[in-house]
Design a protein around this ligand. Structure first.
Ligand code: G4P
Length: 530
């Protein structure tokens, strides 16, 4: 295989999704430790960074540096080139978190073994299923008292609607978590703590089921329970099916403890072998193959003003095909212009390095003089294709924004539009109206504070934020309908977004049901795809 093809073939680009506190940061760190990308736990993105108090956010420049530098983490492991995309969580949870998933080829879903499937996991999972990417499950915190593993499998299947295939099975839990049983090799991996939790890899001893020494390795009662579990599992679980895994219909499941390292190494090895190399991507001229000689990429995230002095923005791009070389000239399809990609950064742990070359599957950050929007395509191909747009996801918090000083109207509109173009907020207005009254929607409530801070520091505009009681947004999918003639409750608001798509804001699920019952032709969606 040529070096070019080999470079692409060995890439694995994925995101880790979870509800806050399930262990995403800890697992990410362990993967980086195993990959040799960092030497000690605790330095990646700072749990402090993710769990900072709201007021800290205002000390923003430095903080931005932190959240940006950890946008992608790349390392080599076992012959693979691994790209882990950071999906902001906790306070940083925003539409960016969803959009980042549009750049991943697969996802690892971390679930707390005591808690099962939680709210944020459900939201992130739903976004992954839009593209039918493979979804792997890591059931974490097995070193604590956990729920019954069969019950957890059932919950995943029922709540998320995905079938499961346990690749391994836990032996005990809590203080008695001894290891995992590898179903393919029919082998037990018993872990031993090295006494230095968090730094070294776990020591594992392997033995076959039925081995006379097994009782001493995992105790006789656990040996017995395991034998019964495996019999039950082999009889009842779904068949291993690569095709179903690749299309996100069957989730391979692993058990472990990121904190004590138990099960982390078997997970990463097996996961990298099973998950997919860079996927082809849909465009308006058909599928674009990663091995294509022409370079192409799309923008999935824009990070503004990392350096106050320069007002620069960085556009994060996922390379879909070909090879990137620094200084290359590409066509920016949406802008209709040629651009030279001379300032490029790859963002890795705490360093910001300049990248000279990168391949399909990689993420690069390109200096953006303000020309790129979320979803834009760049390519060296003669065919002016555009990748399918990145969907607009439902915000969950809404507020009315008014400016304090009406003399600054121009700056206000410019600031709001630019920040909306970056995808940090969504702005809505009355149908056919102007932006006298702007309603803003955000996925994470902190975005409203960021908006206020940025308008003040970057545009010298003070605003008033009045939070509104709407909880749900639904775009009206059928264009033939007259939205003004809809039968809706008086507390439901009809608006349009800045792409002039009509939408409704609801205060309750009850009101959504009312609208769909009273207007049988009305088609509502919570993700705007066009
Ligand atoms: P997140 O990124 O998904 O939000 O979770 P994070 O890794 O920050 O983990 C949340 C808490 O759970 C942390 O404890 C972490 O140490 C703990 N944790 C993660 N994995 C495991 C595991 O396998 N077993 C056990 N027992 N705990 C685990 P914390 O007290 O909130 O933070 P810290 O002060 O320990 O860093």
């Amino acid at each position: 295989m040529s070096d070019f093809l080999n470079q692409i073939e060995k890439r694995r680009t994925f995101a880790i999704i979870s509800h806050p506190d399930a262990g995403k940061t800890t697992l990410t760190e362990k993967l980086l430790l195993y990959g040799g990308a960092i030497q000690q736990a605790g330095i990646v993105k700072g749990k402090k960074g993710t769990k900072r108090a709201t007021s800290d956010w205002m000390d923003i420049e430095k903080e931005r540096g932190i959240s940006v530098t950890s946008s992608v983490m790349q390392f080599n492991y076992d012959g693979y080139c691994v790209n882990i995309l950071d999906t902001p969580g906790h306070q940083d949870f925003s539409e960016d978190t969803y959009r980042t998933l549009m750049a991943a080829d697969s996802a690892v879903m971390v679930i707390d073994a005591a808690k099962g499937v939680e709210a944020q996991t459900i939201k992130l999972f739903k976004v992954c299923t839009l593209r039918h990417i493979p979804i792997f499950t890591f059931i974490n915190k097995m070193d604590r008292d956990s729920r019954d593993p069969f019950e957890l499998m059932e919950e995943i299947e029922k709540i998320l609607g995905i079938q499961t295939y346990p690749i391994n099975w836990p032996i005990g839990s809590g203080k008695d978590f001894k290891g995992v049983y590898d179903r393919q090799k029919k082998e037990i991996l018993a872990f031993e703590s090295d006494g230095k939790v968090g730094v070294k890899q776990a020591i594992a001893k392997s033995a076959k089921l039925g081995d006379p020494n097994l009782d001493s390795l995992i105790t006789a009662p656990l040996h017995e329970t395991l034998a019964m579990d495996i019999e039950l599992l082999d009889g009842a679980s779904y068949e291993f099916d690569r095709e179903r895994i690749n299309t996100g219909r069957l989730s391979p499941v692993f058990f472990g403890s990121a904190l004590t390292n138990f099960g982390v190494e078997p997970f990463i090895k097996e996961f990298l072998a099973l998950t997919t190399p860079p996927l082809a991507r849909h465009s308006d001229m058909g599928m674009i193959d990663p091995m294509n000689d022409d370079f192409s990429a799309f923008v999935f995230k824009i990070q503004a003003n990392m350096n106050k002095a320069h007002r620069d923005r960085i556009a994060f791009m996922r390379i879909v095909s070909g090879k990137f070389e620094r200084g290359m000239e590409v066509k920016h399809i949406q802008g209709g212009k040629k651009v030279r990609l001379s300032q490029s950064t790859q963002l890795m742990a705490s360093d910001r390095e300049t990248v000279d070359e990168a391949f399909a599957g990689d993420i690069i950050g390109i200096f953006d003089p303000g020309i790129f929007s979320i979803g834009d395509t760049i390519t060296t191909s003669k065919n002016n294709f555009k990748f399918d747009p990145i969907p607009t996801f439902a915000p969950e918090h809404f507020a009315r924004i008014t400016q304090v000083d009406t003399m600054k109207r121009k700056q206000f509109v410019k600031g709001m539009e630019q920040i909306a173009q970056e995808g940090a907020i969504q702005i809505f207005r009355e149908i056919g109206g102007g932006y006298e009254e702007v309603i803003v929607g955000v996925v994470g409530v902190l975005q409203l504070e960021v908006l206020e801070h940025r308008l003040k520091t970057e545009y010298s505009v003070d605003i008033r934020i009045q939070t509104l009681s709407y909880q749900y947004i639904r775009w009206i999918e059928n264009e033939e309908i007259n939205p003004k003639a809809l039968n809706i409750t008086s507390d439901t608001k009809l608006l349009e977004d800045f792409k002039e798509r009509k939408l409704l804001l609801f205060t309750s699920q009850w009101n959504i049901n009312w609208a769909t019952e009273k207007n049988p032709d009305l088609k509502l969606v919570d993700v705007a795809q066009n």
